[in-house]
Design a binder for this molecule. Structure first.
Ligand code: WQD
Length: 341
């Protein structure tokens, strides 16, 4: 008998797939919904190897309201939805804003129509620290006022959070937005990890790709920032810490008499790390020398952002447990196993 039936959208993506394994490991039944626009069915084999259960994914685009209605007509008794399905590249969103609004916001609207029609009681949204924009006071708490979004991607996350807050009020659904910081690393089994759709933009996949010879070098985007070594500061969080944060959120929604209709939680480590420190951590952990050059700033980058994760610790009984070394080692193992040039 499972602890509950969870629908995970974007379930074959990086964070979705790792969350899938954590929910299974903690006694939940999971149904996947992913159209493979930014993921690979390969990941399902990895989930089966880890869990020993055959994962079920439905290849549906959230914006296809007819297909979604047929799915919800058949798939009864969903206790909660964890909604990851969205495009997530900052750079791509600057180039194709409409594609991001249509997919990320349009997909959310289509899904919420089903939440309302089927009276789904619990909803967890995959938000992002990028909703904070360029704020000065660190660390950021959930009460930190949101600044101007630095990209259309970040703006879609701000809009979706605001839609959820308005939606929660008249509906019986309890809603939580989880603001992730920078996810990194791969499952400890090395059966699943991060697949990059096209050339990776994020630091960790660029770093391991360069170390394995896929790219000639790494460019450090700016070393003239007002930080301890001139490079940007981020809160890198191990992917399985992040995955478990979703499981703890579902347990919180199921087990507590919650008064609030809508809540927000930061899922970060609370520690800021510079780009150069991350490169050094990689070389220390893997003993592989990186070839990097100091380059110009990247448009849209915030200088510094890291979390105050105390609210999640207090209410979700969750905190990040893994280290930068765990992130680097598992990301490197995944690269060596799956993406060598
Ligand atoms: C981190 C730092 C770069 C590549 C974004 C989204 C966030 C989340 C993660 C979805 C920055 C520097 C990077 C490189 C570099 N998205 N860098 N050389 O931009 O902080 O966050 O991706 O979940 O919501 O906003 O992540 O990894 O791209 O950059 O110097 O080749 O690494 O300038 O300072 P970012 P990132």
């Amino acid at each position: 008998m499972s602890k509950g039936k969870i629908l995970v959208t974007g379930a074959c993506g990086y964070i979705g797939s790792h969350t899938w394994t954590d929910l299974l490991a903690n006694g939940f039944e999971v149904i996947g919904l992913d159209n493979f626009s930014r993921s690979s069915p390969e990941i399902l084999k990895g989930i089966e190897k880890i869990s020993g259960k055959k994962p079920i994914n439905h290849k549906i685009d959230l914006r296809d309201e007819g297909a979604l209605d047929v799915f919800f007509e058949k798939e009864k008794n969903i206790d909660a939805i964890v909604h990851f399905a969205a495009f997530k590249s900052v750079g791509e969103s600057v180039q194709y804003p409409l594609r991001y609004f249509e997919n990320n916001v349009g997909g959310m609207i289509s899904l919420l129509k089903q939440v309302e029609k089927r009276d789904i009681k619990n909803f967890v949204f995959s938000s992002s620290c990028s909703v904070y924009g360029n704020v000065k006071k660190m660390p950021v708490t959930e009460e930190t006022a949101l600044a101007q979004a630095e990209s259309p991607y970040a703006r879609t996350k701000q809009i979706c959070e605001q839609m959820l807050e308005d939606f929660a009020l008249p509906n019986e659904t309890k809603i939580v937005s989880l603001r992730y910081f920078n996810p990194a690393g791969a499952h400890p089994s090395n059966c699943i990890g991060e697949y990059s759709h096209g050339k990776p933009q994020n630091l960790m996949p660029v770093m391991v790709g360069s170390a394995s010879g896929k790219f000639p070098k790494i460019e450090v985007f700016g070393t003239d920032y007002p930080t301890r070594d001139g490079s940007c500061i981020r809160d890198y969080i191990y992917i399985m810490d992040l995955a478990h944060g979703h499981t703890k959120t579902i347990e919180y929604l199921f087990n507590q008499q919650i008064k609030e209709d809508y809540q927000v939680f930061n899922l970060g480590t609370g520690t800021g790390v510079t780009v150069l420190e991350m490169l050094n951590a990689f070389e220390r952990e893997t003993e592989v020398k990186l070839n990097y050059q100091l380059g110009k700033r990247r448009e849209g980058d915030v200088i510094e952002i890291y979390a105050d994760p105390s609210k999640a610790k207090e209410k979700l009984h969750w905190e990040a447990k893994y280290t930068l070394g765990d992130m680097v080692r598992t990301a490197w193992n995944w690269e060596l196993k799956n993406n060598r040039k």
